[in-house]
Write a new protein. Structure first.
Length: 266
């Protein structure tokens, strides 16, 4: 396991009038937590931008997933900083706190994603859904090695779309602004249910339409259950371990499902 990127003894001090704000991997105050998660967010956005730049320069084969433009990157990066503020107004932990063992905040979410990837492979072997879809629509996965960039960046963007950007602001608006600090727990789990349903509903509908009747009811049902369980687990780990957890869940899933199976066994 790599060494922590920040340590208490090597914290960066940002001096402001009458106070001291530290960039530290052991954040104590709300401001330190906010700064910790903000830097982690910016690092994620930098990787996403770099991956999209490389994809634009070296377009991969297989399924075509065009990179996003600079304006999209800029807007979502700035919006994300506002979302980070909402996260720390509603009790989410700092993104990189070394007091929580890496085995729990990094390895556990990744292994959960790997497990869901293996489940997806089992479902495919039983139903043959992707092979049927590929026969109708063409390539369903990005070719290797470009798939490493596409799906690692995709783990960030998909969690942004369905979880990271909508849930914390809504949780803050409902539980803090409207309910004035009451009902945060039931509000979170209600939003978690909506978030977990959104992706399989929206993407599943698109896939079923594109498949033109080649996907049967059993495969649709298995996909819906798998997608809901996957997303709900990611939301729960997001609440427990912070920003990186749901991204790592999806990354583990994508590396097994799209890269390993999709590139070498499909």
């Amino acid at each position: 396991m790599a060494e922590p990127i920040l340590t208490q003894s090597h914290a960066t001090a940002l001096r402001m009038p009458g106070t001291e704000v530290r960039l530290t991997a052991q954040p104590e105050t709300a401001v330190e937590q906010l700064l910790n998660t903000s830097i982690t967010w910016l690092a994620l956005m930098a990787y996403w931008a770099l991956a999209d730049a490389l994809i634009a320069i070296f377009p991969p084969g297989g399924r075509q997933l065009p990179p996003d433009g600079w304006l999209t990157h800029l807007i979502l990066t700035l919006v994300g900083l506002g979302v980070v503020w909402c996260m720390h107004r509603t009790g989410f932990p700092a993104a990189w706190d070394v007091r929580t063992p890496a085995s729990r905040r990094l390895l556990l979410p990744t292994l959960v994603g790997v497990a869901f990837g293996l489940l997806a492979i089992g479902m495919e072997l039983y139903t043959g859904t992707l092979k049927n879809l590929e026969a109708t629509t063409g390539p369903v996965t990005v070719a290797f090695p470009g798939s490493l960039l596409v799906y690692s960046a995709g783990a960030i963007t998909m969690e942004m779309l369905f979880l990271l950007l909508p849930l914390p602001p809504l949780l803050w608006l409902i539980s803090v602004v409207i309910l004035r600090g009451r009902g945060q727990v039931p509000t979170f789990w209600a939003l978690a249910l909506v978030s977990a349903v959104a992706e399989p509903l929206l993407q599943g509908t698109t896939v079923v339409i594109a498949a033109e009747g080649t996907i049967g009811p059993l495969a649709i049902g298995l996909y819906a259950v798998h997608g809901f369980a996957f997303n709900f687990t990611a939301v729960a780990l997001f609440r427990r371990y912070g920003l990186l957890a749901p991204i790592l869940v999806r990354l583990g899933h994508y590396m097994i499902w799209h890269v390993l199976y999709g590139n070498f066994f499909l």
